[in-house]
Design a protein around this ligand. Structure first.
Ligand code: MEV
Length: 457
């Protein structure tokens, strides 16, 4: 179904990479790179350097030749013993809000990078992805227990809202200077819980280009004593909410009807098959979980490549999918008046381009540079577009030839490597496994052993 994926690597042999001419780069930056998958790893990287104006150091960070080292990692988490690598690929053909963008994706699963690239190509012929975000507003929660009278405590806090917001505005002068800071304060009365009723204050905080966890948690902790005094209760938890439903990213695309036909499948069959597949997810949580997992294949890969917190994004996405009391699809598919396929995706996306690993991790920094993003919103717009593309790739395959055909070829390569094949033998063994329709490690080892002993050629 889909071609070889676009993995990149780097060796010192190509360190004499082309000088950077930024004007030429801007002119030539296109996310369409014909035959990219046929290039060697070094050639792919050189192509990216040429197009995105990466430095040698950035290129080395993307390739895995340099990047995060154990000494840096030792400052990031506890009990460090080393690093854990993932393949890093580049999705091609993406056009988001009229701008071509090369999308780095860190993921171990075959077909994802190729699927996103192919669907981005189809979307491109319908004008690409149109994406936007709401303001980067996050929610910090402060739980108040043992207030003597909850309705009066609620009002006592709300009466001081302006003061509380003014106090919160002074907590982070850097954020304030950048135009961020507190935006609103709400008080919720949770009337039923295993410990009875209590209050929750929501501090709404604009975190600009950060993911925002630190700013939010600090603000929540700082306001806590005043909230306790105002309510007459005691503050318990002070932590951000990952249900970032005020920080939404949305993308839509149109796939021209004629682009959908392939092999023996008519365009109408493919379009209607995709819509019926989406309807399944819209109506059934069992299917919705898998459908949304397909979206997250694309989303997480970019979130990870850019050093963002993918657990936060995952938590937000699935909580948002269940916001109306029943878990459902994050995306929607239908047809327009001309019969074209139209798709959209809306989800919370708490990602940043400053702070945390996005700045510390050299590969994440180079990944951001490759994309040429200048704000967290722009990054979220690309990520949500990749999620939509990935969803389309899965639905198109599922609604037509099934997912296994394309998967098998790529999976067979991993099985061949796991069986001990090296170099050109990987491809050869993978082909043989697919031909035999037995992509299993025991069979791979058997064939390899026979080849090695000369019993078979
Ligand atoms: C596999 O990683 C993702 C899919 O299961 C998504 C889907 O079913 O929509 C193919």
């Amino acid at each position: 179904m889909l071609g070889r994926e676009n993995c990149i690597t780097y060796s010192t042999a190509s360190s004499s990479l082309l000088p950077i001419d930024r004007e030429r780069i801007a002119m030539t930056l296109s996310s369409r790179i014909s035959g990219f998958y046929n290039l060697s790893l070094e050639e792919r990287l050189a192509e990216l350097i040429r197009r995105a104006g990466l430095t040698d150091e950035e290129a080395r960070a993307l390739s895995g030749a340099a990047g995060l080292d154990a000494a840096q990692a030792d400052h990031m988490i506890e009990n460090v013993i080393g690093l854990h690598a993932l393949p890093l690929g580049v999705a091609l053909n993406f056009q988001v809000n009229g701008r071509d963008v090369l999308v780095p994706m860190a993921i171990e699963e075959p077909s994802v990078v190729a699927g996103a690239s192919f669907m981005a190509k189809l979307a491109r012929s319908g004008g690409g992805f149109h994406a936007h975000t709401s303001a980067p507003e996050m929610i910090a929660q402060i739980q108040i227990l043992d207030a003597p009278d909850l309705p009066s405590a609620r009002l006592a806090i709300l009466e001081q809202k302006a003061d509380l917001l003014a106090e919160a505005a002074e907590i982070d002068p850097v954020l304030k200077k950048l135009g961020g800071g507190p935006r609103d304060l709400e008080v919720r009365l949770i009337s039923e819980s295993p410990i009875g009723p209590f209050l929750v204050v929501h501090l709404i905080y604009d975190v600009r280009d950060a993911m925002g966890a630190n700013a939010l948690n600090t603000a929540a902790e700082r306001l806590a004593p005043r909230l306790a005094a105002l309510s007459g209760g005691r503050v318990h938890l002070r932590i951000l909410s990952n249900l970032a439903d005020r920080r939404l990213a949305r993308a839509r695309c149109t796939i021209p009807l004629q682009e959908l036909a392939f092999d023996d499948f008519s365009a109408e069959e493919v379009r209607d098959g995709i819509i019926a597949a989406w309807a399944f997810a819209a109506a059934d949580p069992y299917r919705a979980a898998t459908h949304n997992k397909g979206i997250m294949n694309g989303v997480d890969a970019v979130v990870i490549a850019t050093g963002n917190d993918w657990r936060a994004v995952e938590a937000g996405a699935h909580a948002y999918a269940a916001r109306n009391g029943r878990y459902t699809s994050l995306s929607a598919w239908g047809r327009d008046a001309q019969g074209n396929l139209v798709g959209s995706l809306e989800m919370p996306l708490a990602v940043g381009i400053v702070g945390g690993a996005t700045r510390v991790h050299p590969t994440a920094r180079a990944a951001l540079k490759l994309m040429g993003v200048s704000s967290a919103s722009e990054l979220a717009e690309i990520i949500v577009s990749v999620g939509l593309a990935q969803n389309l790739a899965a639905l198109r395959a599922l609604a037509t030839e099934g997912i296994q055909r394309g998967h098998m070829t790529l999976h067979a390569r991993q099985v061949a490597i796991a069986a001990g094949a090296e170099g050109e033998w990987i491809e050869r063994l993978a082909r043989r496994l697919v031909e035999e329709k037995t992509v299993r490690i025991d069979r791979a080892v058997e064939i390899l052993t026979a080849w090695r002993s000369g019993a078979e050629t």
